[in-house]
Design a protein around this ligand. Structure first.
Ligand SMILES: [Zn+2]
Length: 410
């Protein structure tokens, strides 16, 4: 039996709206909304444990805890977003004293974590009868919404800022996204997108959408099913903070349903170049104050005013976790080490969860993090040249055995 969705509830004041009254944020206080299920219905849906995995779309795999009204829409939307792999580290962890380290390769059909939330958002867009899906983003989320929107036969519109490289929007263009390059910065692009949503009734697939978090939270279900137990520590890259909130929601539900017997410690990771949530955590604050971004080679998780910041802090603190910051040098080294030691190619934002391990084990209480899962949120091809230099590009080698041997001996 499937858990019964009964609407959306405000995360702060508890105001409720039905699914058909859909609101991106609380109509009373403006706080983020959470998808709400009938009391006890997730426990009932999971009474026989987590459903066995058989290679199907995660939308079907986790259907019993997803708010989907019309299951026939899954076939219209799916791009083959199967549950992502959980790989045990062979070398990277053990060589650094972490013997039970796992990598959650959270990279969907468009090569990033965004697909998990997007797939559900686009189903909800179809359920509401919307014809246009939109968001403000120039990165992985834009590509994901462009792909799923096109797949579903909807019109994807993506708002980007004036200063944007063609390479960053390349994927969105190929996936059929209508890219609106606003003459202004990202905040301006976001404002115009919101105005179009209000004026035109377009479906907003971006960060505040509560269904995005509801979709993303199945990542926690995937980890527990694949491990066969609850991990001790989970490291999650934090930009806007939705991934952390989603993980907290998912693990909390499994705890309440009796699938797991305790929460893992949730560790958020940010870049030193933009770390408003980590700063608030360190200073003992309950809210996140916007910061000035410093330059970084990463173009993701550089969110200086995170929408989910306050809730991200709550998730980290209530599970006994912590926040770690890493530098560009840290993630470049990690990208190279993951390639050489594990055969994994991650983009900067995805590698920070692994880059944070060296610092994490120096935090009191985390010397032995136990069974540890790092969330690798995007494939290296999303920014392929960050961790290599032109000087590494190989010179032509004379096509003789001697020349090849001489080259290999260098
Ligand atoms: Zn409220």
């Amino acid at each position: 039996m499937n858990a019964q969705c009964i609407g959306l509830v405000c995360r702060d004041c508890g105001t409720r709206v039905t699914e058909s009254e859909f609101s991106l944020s609380c109509p009373k206080c403006g706080a983020p909304m959470r998808v709400e299920f009938a009391p006890g219905s997730i426990r009932e849906a999971l009474k026989n444990g987590l459903p066995e995995y058989d290679g199907r779309s995660y939308l079907r795999q986790w259907r019993c805890v997803l708010p989907i009204s019309d299951e026939s829409l899954i076939d219209r939307v799916t791009l083959g977003e199967t549950e992502t792999s959980l790989l045990r580290s062979h070398r990277y962890g053990p060589s650094r004293g972490i013997k039970d380290l796992y990598f959650k390769i959270e990279q969907g059909p468009t090569l990033s974590l965004k697909d998990r939330g997007t797939a559900l958002c686009v189903i909800k867009a179809l359920e509401t009868g919307a014809h246009t899906v939109c968001l403000a983003s120039s990165g992985n989320n834009a590509a994901s919404v462009s792909a799923y929107g096109s797949r579903a036969g909807l019109r994807p519109v993506v708002f980007v800022q004036k200063q944007v490289s063609a390479a960053k929007i390349f994927k969105s263009l190929v996936y059929g996204g209508k890219v609106v390059r606003i003459d202004g910065d990202m905040a301006t692009a976001s404002r115009v997108c919101s105005e179009m949503v209000r004026e035109k009734g377009w479906y907003q697939c971006g960060g505040p959408n509560p269904y995005r978090v509801a979709g993303k939270r199945t990542f926690a279900y995937g980890i527990v099913q694949q491990l066969g137990r609850v991990p001790d520590t989970v490291l999650i890259p934090c930009g806007g903070g939705a991934g952390m909130v989603a993980a907290f929601d998912g693990f909390s539900e499994m705890l309440e349903a009796g699938v797991i017997d305790r929460m893992p410690r949730l560790v958020g990771v940010q870049l030193e170049a933009c770390c408003p949530t980590a700063t608030a955590f360190r200073e003992g604050k309950d809210v996140v104050v916007p910061v000035e971004k410093k330059p970084s080679l990463s173009d993701a998780i550089m969110n200086n005013n995170p929408y989910w910041g306050k809730y991200c802090l709550q998730a980290v603190r209530s599970t006994g976790g912590t926040m770690i910051t890493v530098s560009d040098e840290d993630f470049i080294r990690t990208i190279r080490n993951l390639g050489r030691e594990e055969g994994l190619f991650t983009e900067p934002a995805g590698s920070v969860s692994v880059a944070a391990l060296d610092k994490l084990v120096k935090v009191p209480g985390f010397e032995d993090p136990g069974v540890t899962v790092c969330n690798l949120t995007g494939h290296g091809l999303n920014s392929p040249q960050v961790a290599t230099s032109d000087s590494e590009y190989p010179e032509p080698v004379t096509p003789t055995l001697e020349a090849v041997e001489a080259f290999l001996a260098q």
